[in-house]
Design a protein around this ligand. Structure first.
Ligand code: BG6
Length: 266
């Protein structure tokens, strides 16, 4: 499979015509095209020059999701969403001085994209981490989108200041700001229906990532973000598999693995 290595990114091309692009900065996937269409959202205002985490694609969140709620915790010194999304590896090692190895493997087929993460503890002490694939899906019209596989589950609603809510609807639809953390989701499969005849839907298969975050900033938050267009909330939804409700405690010499497989589907 042809691989083009450019100064700032790697482009992988499958003989079927599908392709994906990965920036070295943050190991952020910024594009996944298959069957002639871009499947990921990347903001037109995103910084791609390394001054800020990339706004769109699949930023890699590691070793902290959000801000640590306990200020004495070992990842509390790290910025929102940790370091992996806004760093090159040498800097990440300086800011979080643990000895660890991350291998991020991206596999492309005609209609799937597989993001697989391996973290190995090479330190002399155990350490804690969160990991999350902050996936921004491109959607033609947010008002038509429904997300299935998370119904009748309780979630933490970050919009209403972390209240615990149970959703009894069959699917999630989005007509306002949504920022939810679903912990311990029983199904490994989530279906993102775009409700549009010209666009395939998505099947998201989660691997050893039991939590799922669903996010859309909607109007006011969109206005407040310098790297996001005012109207772009209509063209995206984030469905982010991760391990964020609890930290993984990785013992010396041990390896943790997790990931996601995205597939387009009629
Ligand atoms: C989501 C969080 O994962 O990412 C939201 O749940 C957050 O609270 C969003 O606003 C975007 O985060 P950031 O740091 O990339 O602006």
């Amino acid at each position: 499979m042809p691989v083009k290595v450019l100064e700032e990114k790697v482009i992988l091309e499958h003989p079927s015509g599908s392709s994906t692009e990965v920036y070295f900065y943050g190991a952020t996937v910024t594009s996944w095209k298959c069957k002639g269409k871009e499947r990921l959202f990347l903001s037109k205002n995103s910084f791609l020059n390394g001054t800020k985490a990339i706004r769109g694609g699949i930023p890699l969140v590691f070793p902290q999701f959000g801000k640590a709620s306990d200020s004495s915790f070992e990842t509390a010194i790290l910025p929102q969403h940790g370091l992996a999304d806004n760093q090159v590896p040498e800097n990440l090692r300086k800011e979080w001085p643990k000895k660890f190895r991350i291998i991020y493997t991206i596999t492309l087929t005609e209609d799937t994209l597989n993001n697989h993460l391996t973290v190995k503890n090479e330190d002399i002490k155990s350490f804690y981490f969160n990991a999350l694939l902050h996936t921004y899906y491109y959607v033609p019209d947010i008002s038509k989108v429904s997300i299935k596989g998370l119904s009748n589950l309780s979630y933490i609603d970050k919009v209403t200041k972390n209240t615990q809510v149970t959703d009894t609807n069959d699917s999630i639809t989005i007509d306002q700001e949504v920022d939810r953390i679903y912990a311990d989701v029983p199904s490994d499969e989530i279906y993102i229906d775009l409700g549009h005849e010209d666009f395939d839907n998505f099947i998201l298969r989660k691997i050893n990532l039991k939590d799922t975050v669903v996010w859309n900033p909607w109007i006011d938050k969109a206005h407040g973000m310098s790297d996001f267009g005012d109207d772009e909330y209509k063209q995206m939804v984030c469905v982010e598999p991760g391990t964020v409700s609890e930290y993984v405690n990785l013992n010396v010499g041990e390896t943790w693995e997790g990931g996601q497989i995205l597939k387009i589907s009629k």
